[in-house]
Design a protein around this ligand. Structure first.
Ligand code: G6P
Length: 607
């Protein structure tokens, strides 16, 4: 998945494109490139690695021109080299692409047989070569592009410019988002409104199958069979403001410190502190009649969903399934109509989660999404949106968005429980009171970083780590392990604590730290037994718990980290923050690229 942008205006295009790419780097940062129209030709600059390399290249060798396209890449087909960096093209056309052209091999063979000469191994180049062949055969650019779109299979957002046509840019959307920006003296294409916001806040979102012909004066939209369609221009809530690190070393560190605000702002949308009750938006269904809920999500967000399932079943007694969106979309389980499909996603753009949303809708489910980007595709395609109010999250590893997701899911479970009559008003008030404590307790966890920093020194030496937890804290153990993998490059496994004896216990020796997420509560004694079992086999158990839990486990643990005492219902949220802090400090000690770890991207818009 990649970020794409295009501009057709009167000011130099390269600085605008570069600035937009900075805001799209969350989509990929393997390589980047820009092409502009120059005279009757096309010029481009491309560089492997982070966007800074392209910026340096442009400084060395500036690129004039007022019409251009840009791309930041997360490699799928072809290594992240300069040669494979977008834009791709021929002397006649230049293309940037987000997605995967699935029939690229077949198209390539066909085009090569007709004499087209490819420069790269990328799937994207087939689009450029296809358009190029049509141009050579005398078609006008718009018709050449339209015919090419008709041959493409897979997912794509595309932007292209044509040599000798400084009044024209063509874009298309099919399974990957593309927005059109309307400026005073310029028009834009971009993967999202965030990229376009510094240039214009007037945005039209395309729909799947749409393609657009953009000139300096405006844009015309067409459906798959070429019929003109209307796409509303709205004012985006995104601002052009640059999100900075505010003096922190990394975005991740800054975003860790934004936990209290993210949780607090999210709670403010979901709770009424005066009545100690949950405020749910008007939902197009009756909770009492919902037979089943199905959650779909990816990555860390999936683990937030896993905790959500636990709460939903425990409190609201609502049968709840959860699946990785990438599995659900192809497993296509049979579903009774009238169920609830819950999609959870920070970006609201993850390709698999979006596909799961569409599957759930097709299967007759009510569609509710929990997203952090209110204008995202998922938000736009949902019946109801429950917003996480975490603000922009730049670090690739999710932090505050994850706890904001937990917050929404916890509130949703309490609200559903009340609506289904499975908890009393008193119990609701007690749970709401526990939730309202979270921002200040999160602040306490952050303020007590020293023991976590010390523990990070032990973790930084580890090659393998086991993370254990039960109930909702099983989800946090999985999240802790994922964080150690993604930003520390440490092999870590998250396990349901009771499962340890069915395999992972064989791994235990003094070299494998065991991180036990074990707050006081109904499952404490059970997890404590698993800590004993690990300790008895020489395992170096590190316990995350509250004061009472730490006191009980101190003697059998290598180390204990004490977190504030809270209602067991909300303890997983605080333990998640501690686990993220541990991963952060471990990553810093190991010297990894914390905000942009290798091979990852923040928003995964390919499947
Ligand atoms: C990527 C990110 C993760 C995130 C996952 C799902 O893998 O690196 O941090 O949890 O995508 O993203 P979403 O935007 O759907 O929450």
């Amino acid at each position: 998945m990649c970020g794409i942008v295009g501009v057709i205006g009167i000011e130099p295009a390269a600085p605008l494109l570069l600035e937009a790419l900075r805001r799209l780097e969350y989509r990929g940062y393997d390589s980047a490139g820009i092409a502009t129209l120059l005279g009757n030709g096309i010029a481009r600059r491309r560089a492997p690695g982070k966007l800074g390399n392209l910026a340096a290249e442009l400084e060395r060798d500036p690129l004039p021109g007022v019409v251009g396209i840009g791309h930041t890449r997360w490699a799928t087909h072809g290594a992240p080299t300069q040669r494979n960096a977008h834009p791709h093209g021929t002397p006649r056309v230049s293309v940037v692409h987000n997605g995967i052209i699935e029939n690229h091999a077949e198209l390539r063979a066909e085009l090569e047989a007709q004499g087209q000469v490819f420069e790269t191994e990328t799937d994207t180049e087939t689009v450029a070569q296809l358009v190029d062949l049509h141009l050579q055969n005398g078609l006008e650019p718009v018709e050449a592009a339209r015919r090419a779109f008709g041959r493409l299979e897979g997912a794509y957002a595309l932007a292209m410019v044509f040599a000798g046509h400084p009044e024209l840019m063509v874009g298309a959307q099919h399974g990957a988002p593309l927005a059109v920006g309307f400026g005073e003296t310029a028009m834009y294409l971009g993967s999202d409104s965030l990229a376009l916001a510094p240039m214009t806040r007037r945005i039209a979102y395309m729909q799947d199958g749409d393609w657009t012909v953009v000139t300096r004066e405006g844009a015309a939209f067409f459906g798959p069979s070429g019929q003109a369609v209307n796409r509303e221009v709205r004012l985006t809530v995104q601002t052009g403001a640059v999100v900075g690190k505010d003096g922190y070393r990394h975005f991740m560190e800054k975003e860790l410190h934004e936990h209290p605000a993210a949780i607090g702002q999210t709670l403010a949308r979901m709770l009424d502190p005066a009545t100690r009750s949950v405020l749910l938006p008007t939902l197009p269904f009756d909770w009492a009649k919902v037979p089943r809920m199905t959650i779909a999500a990816c990555g860390s967000t999936y683990f937030a969903g896993l905790a959500g399932r636990h709460w939903m079943e425990e409190l609201a007694r609502l049968p709840t399934d959860i699946d990785y969106a990438s599995e659900l979309r192809y497993r296509k389980p049979p579903m009774s109509k009238g169920g609830l499909g819950l999609l959870v996603s920070q970006s609201g753009e993850t390709a698999d989660t979006l596909a799961a949303l569409r599957f759930l809708r097709g299967a007759g489910q009510h569609v509710v999404s929990v997203v952090n980007v209110p204008e995202s595709t998922m938000a736009r395609e949902s019946d109801v949106v429950l917003e996480t109010v975490a603000g922009p999250e730049i670090g690739v590893a999710s932090t505050k968005a994850f706890t904001a997701q937990l917050t929404v899911l916890a509130c949703l479970a309490v609200g559903a429980a009340r609506a289904r009559g499975t908890i009393s008003a008193e119990r609701e008030a007690a749970l709401v009171a526990a939730l309202l404590e979270l921002p200040s307790k999160a602040g306490e966890v952050l303020a007590n970083a020293a023991p976590i920093q010390r523990l990070a020194e032990r973790m930084a030496e580890a090659r393998d780590v086991l993370c254990l937890g039960r109930g909702a804290c099983h989800a946090i153990a999985l999240e802790a392990a994922l964080k150690l993998k993604e930003i520390c490059y440490i092999h870590a496994e998250g396990y349901a604590a009771g499962e340890m004896k069915h395999g992972p216990i064989a791994l235990i020796d003094r070299q494998v730290p065991i991180l036990a997420i074990v707050p006081s509560g109904p499952l404490f004694e059970k997890t404590a037994s698993n800590v004993q079992e690990a300790g008895a086999r020489g395992g170096q158990v590190v316990v995350l718990s509250d004061a009472a839990g730490c006191a009980k486990l101190q003697s059998i643990s290598a180390e204990v980290i004490e977190l504030p005492t809270v209602d067991p219902f909300v303890a997983p949220v605080l333990h998640a923050i501690a686990a993220q802090m541990l991963a952060y400090h471990t990553a810093v000690l190991r010297g990894t690229d914390v905000d942009q770890p290798r091979n990852l991207a923040k928003s995964v818009t390919v499947e």
